[in-house]
Design a protein around this ligand. Structure first.
Ligand SMILES: [Zn+2]
Length: 98
């Protein structure tokens, strides 16, 4: 079986669950925002290696946020995007405005 987003989220619980709970949801959301900013910064600099690291960090912090909120990221992602655009129900998306 290939590792999934759910397994990654579980790994984040194992690695950082205690620390995340102590930090709390608000500060964890702020950290996720900070990592998103670093991703933008890497993009603007054209730093390809940095981009890879930052997308991994953004995912890790998003998983921490989901853990604290008891949200199954993989389940809600597939629920919202069941192989089609949630707005126009097409794949690929046919929405007029983006
Ligand atoms: Zn669409």
């Amino acid at each position: 079986m290939k590792p999934s987003i759910r397994e990654f989220q579980t790994l984040m619980t194992t690695l950082y669950g205690d620390r995340d709970r102590k930090r709390g949801i608000e500060k964890t959301l702020l950290w996720m925002q900070t990592e998103s900013g670093e991703l933008l910064e890497a993009f603007l600099k054209g730093d390809l290696e940095g981009l890879k690291e930052e997308v991994a960090d953004v995912l890790a912090w998003l998983c921490s946020v989901c853990n604290l909120l008891e949200i199954d990221l993989e389940a809600v992602a597939w629920e919202k995007y069941p192989f089609k655009c949630p707005k126009c129900s097409s794949s690929p998306c046919n929405c007029i405005f983006h």
